[in-house]
Design a protein around this ligand. Structure first.
Ligand code: NAD
Ligand code: FE2
Length: 383
């Protein structure tokens, strides 16, 4: 067996209504003053109430920070750090999507730390200490509540990651009630993101291991089995809780067996055209899967047993059935299926392909090497 290491969030609470217990969970970590990071949409939807009530009941002071926007820019992160410092917060909580959770993670790191954000992009550069960190996702989703990753949009639209074990949160709170009102298009896009995390972890070239494989398989089973129902009937609490569990398990998998070309090609789409992260993934997924087929056929055939169990025949036939099924998924969920539908034209492809090649942190994990010509062709096929 290939030697491996595995790290994840050490405390997870999975229960509808669990965000009401954040106050107790934070108190157990010794905190007295929480910096609560979220966005205005979450606040307006009333999703903070259980957490705020629980924090109040536990006698914990709260500074509420609702300034997060999707694909958070660097300047927004730095402002949040200043606000948390000025407030004297001693713990960070987020109730929100990946954007809010990623900002919360960097606030927890940068408030007590001596490093500058600009110096820690990349893998393994960030060091502690950091403030206690409790995350409750409102999308299912990024899995950020269990990953060592925070994604920031820098300069003129490049997405960079800070990746280091110190960013793995202390507690993940998976409360299906937070996701009951998530609109169908966001449910679909974020759910596809989670499925891509499971698939890319399972086919990751470098750090795939027996634990990440178990998690990726179970994640894909939960996500593939519940995504259509969660989109169709958003108030189905069981489907919502299954989606949250699936996205967390996928997060645990890809935190250790990192994602690859789908994400590398999706990031430039998100950064340059402000296409939501999950949708960016969904748009390039079919062409990347077809491209990877020659290198990942056996693994795709194994995943076909979970996603299209009715598919039979040779390994190649089962792998093709998986690729075909996933290629149709976005359209079936009502998502745009062509890059052209989000305003991208052939003239944009060279710049997108060049940006994708900068995502070396991700491309090294792809089962098949991706050249600039390959990236250009994949975007072209996705137009
Ligand atoms: N840290 C990681 O491991 C990791 C992994 C993948 C992606 N990401 C990053 O996460 C970000 C994307 O996060 P996301 O897809 O969760 O979306 P998001 O946090 O950007 O939120 C998208 C929109 O959905 C709304 N929303 C969220 N939850 C809601 C709810 N329950 N009800 C109603 N509206 C709700 C938000 O207000 C926002 O307008 C990107 O920046 C991406 O790069 C991080
Ligand atoms: Fe993702």
């Amino acid at each position: 067996m290939i030697p491996f290491a595995f790290q994840t969030t050490r405390h997870v609470v999975v229960e509808p209504g669990a965000s009401g217990r954040i106050g107790t969970l934070v108190a157990e970590l010794g905190a007295r003053h929480v910096f609560l990071v979220t966005d205005r949409g979450i606040e307006a939807a009333g999703l903070l109430e259980p957490a705020l009530n629980g924090l109040r009941a536990a006698g914990i002071a709260v500074t509420l920070h609702t300034d997060v926007v999707a694909d958070p820019p660097e300047a927004l992160v730095l402002k949040a750090v200043e606000a948390a410092r000025a407030a004297g917060a001693d713990a960070v909580v987020s109730v929100g999507g990946g954007s809010s959770m990623d900002v919360a993670k960097l606030v927890a790191l940068l408030v007590p730390g001596r490093q500058q954000l600009a110096d820690i992009y990349g893998v393994g550069l960030a060091r502690g200490p950091r403030l206690p960190l409790v995350l409750a996702p409102t999308t299912a989703g990024t899995g950020s509540e269990v990953t060592p990753i925070s994604i920031v949009t820098t300069g003129a639209g490049e997405k960079k990651g800070v990746v280091a074990p110190v960013l793995i949160p202390d507690v993940a709170v998976l409360d299906a009630d937070l996701t009951l009102g998530l609109p169908a298009p966001v449910t679909a896009a974020t759910g596809v993101d989670a499925m891509v995390h499971a698939i890319e972890a399972f086919t990751s070239k470098r750090l795939k291991n027996p634990v990440s494989d178990c998690l990726a398989r179970e994640a894909l089973r939960l996500l593939a089995g519940n995504i259509a129902e969660a989109c169709r009937n958003g108030s189905n609490r069981d489907a919502r809780q299954a989606m949250l569990l699936g996205s967390m398990l996928a997060g645990m998998a890809f935190a250790n067996a990192p994602v690859a070309a789908v994400h590398a090609l999706a990031y430039p789409v998100g950064a340059r055209f402000h296409v939501p992260h999950g949708l960016s993934n969904a748009l390039v997924l079919p062409a990347v899967l077809r491209f990877n087929m020659t290198a990942a056929e056996a693994l795709y055939a194994e995943l076909a047993g979970i996603v299209v169990p009715e598919a039979g025949g040779s390994e190649a036939a089962r792998a093709a059935a998986l690729v075909d099924r996933l290629g149709r998924l976005g359209g079936e969920l009502g998502l745009p299926v062509r890059l052209a539908e989000v305003g991208i034209t052939a003239a944009d492809v060279p710049a997108l392909a060049e940006d994708a090649m900068k995502q070396t942190r991700l491309l090294i994990n792809n089962p098949r090497e991706v050249t600039l010509a390959d990236a250009t062709r994949i975007y072209g096929e996705s137009l």
